[in-house]
Write a protein that binds this ligand. Structure first.
Ligand code: ADP
Ligand code: ASP
Ligand code: MG
Length: 401
């Protein structure tokens, strides 16, 4: 088999005309002898609209029902694309995640793919059909429809490519991966190639162009990923294994995210059991903690701050209520006007000095940071959201991104 997986994101399938265009593009590849598997997202901003509808009924809607609701978006696109392909004379079949054999596990709204019964797709390909699969969704052991987290169609596409042992092309509304989101810093440079590690780090730190889990799967199964504009006319960016030919830059990219909620728990009686209690309860509630900081003890009390995703605000509130029963003196404050700015580069593994450079740029531009964390190939700073645009601009210019 000569399979190619292509994925088209929301903007690329945002209207009937666009869906017809995609059908024509897919047919061009089919004519070259490729067995085509097409993964699509919901049309335009329709997933956001579904979320809005849910939120107009409940501030904190049940996650099982959210999955049921959000999965409908992709179903609209698969059927329309399949109809368009048939209209142009090409046999095609649309498949939901369940019909495509995508089995998932985990919590509703953030499931992980655990298994793909790929024979189902292969059989349709053998019959000569163009297979159109709904991104972002699967089915769990209870037979419930699940979703993979926002942006999860990328994950569907790369996971299918891994199983089909082929390349994965991600078509989107930007003509490749840039050092910085070009919508935020238009002078950013387009990258011809980026390593899985760097893209994974950038994605997890806010570069929404690729979903983190998708890159992780690509890395694990060595799936060549190509990200490009949906017209196919401009050369895009390859995500692949790091090799010596890649430019040995210290910093490859910069990302920013506003999805940061900072919680400060004041007046925690200072002993390690209390700190453990806080983070144990958060872990049991499945809250993903990002940064943690703690003040020095004063009169036997410390203040503990941590950051997490804003999506977890309701669970965090519940955890805090339960903590108040055990840690009577605590006072808790939440700050959601925080942004996280990160610089990423594999070159940081064997070169030092990035943190110092960034601190200097911040201080020269009167930008205060609140917390800092590092990984092997990134450094992240939380700052006041009002300083975000200034921070992105000055860092990108000074670091030549
Ligand atoms: P799709 O609907 O096709 O999945 P997304 O909106 O998820 O598209 O991703 C594409 C967007 O990612 C672009 O419009 C761009 O603004 C944003 N983006 C963020 N960081 C980057 C980056 N480093 N390079 C390119 N695009 C980026
Ligand atoms: N439609 C889903 C979303 O908007 C999945 C995706 O587009 O990848 O998040
Ligand atoms: Mg996306």
């Amino acid at each position: 088999m000569n399979v190619l997986v292509q994925k088209y994101g929301g903007t690329s399938v945002g209207s009937i005309d666009k869906i017809k265009n995609i059908a024509r593009r897919v047919i061009e590849e089919k004519k070259k002898g490729k067995d085509m598997v097409i993964v699509v997202s919901a049309m335009g901003k329709s997933t956001d609209k579904l979320v809005e509808m849910a939120k107009s009924i409940s501030e904190n809607p049940c996650n099982r029902e959210m999955d049921m609701l959000l999965a409908t978006g992709e179903q609209v696109t698969i059927s329309l694309l399949s109809m368009a392909l048939k209209e142009y004379g090409y046999d095609s079949i649309s498949l939901t995640g369940f019909q495509a054999g995508i089995i998932t596990e985990g919590n509703h709204t953030k499931n992980r793919i655990t298994k793909i019964e790929i024979e189902k797709i292969k059989n349709h390909l053998k019959d000569g059909k163009i297979v159109v699969v709904a991104g972002f969704q699967g089915i769990n052991d209870n037979g419930d429809i699940t979703t993979l987290g926002r942006g999860g169609s990328d994950t569907t596409a790369v996971a299918l490519a891994a199983k089909l042992n082929c390349e994965c092309e991600i078509y989107t509304d930007v003509d490749g991966i840039y050092s910085v989101d070009p919508r935020v810093f238009p002078e950013a440079k387009k990258l011809d190639v980026i390593s899985y590690e760097e893209m994974m780090e950038m994605a997890s730190l806010g570069a929404g162009v690729m979903e983190t889990r998708a890159v992780e799967i690509g890395f694990k199964f060595k799936v060549p990923i190509y990200v490009a504009l949906n017209t196919g006319e401009v050369k895009g960016t390859y995500i692949k294994e790091y090799d010596e030919t890649m430019e040995d830059k210290m910093i490859t990219g910069l990302t920013a995210t506003d999805d940061v909620l900072m919680i400060t728990i004041n007046n925690v009686e200072y002993n390690s059991k209390n700190i453990a209690l806080i983070f144990d309860k958060l872990a049991k509630a499945n809250v993903n903690i990002d940064m943690i900081s703690q003040t020095a003890p004063f009169n036997g009390l410390v203040n503990v701050s941590f950051t997490a995703s804003k999506n977890d605000v309701f669970i965090i509130d519940e955890v805090i209520e339960s903590l108040k029963n055990e840690l009577k003196k605590i006072e808790v404050s939440k700050d959601s006007k925080i942004s996280k700015i990160s610089v990423v580069g594999i070159g940081m593994m064997n070169q030092s000095g990035v943190a110092g450079k960034v601190f200097k740029i911040f201080s020269d531009n009167n930008i205060e940071f609140k917390q800092v964390t590092t990984s092997e190939i990134s450094i992240s700073y939380t700052i006041d959201s009002n300083d975000k645009t200034k921070a992105i601009t000055v860092l990108s210019k000074e670091l030549n991104l």
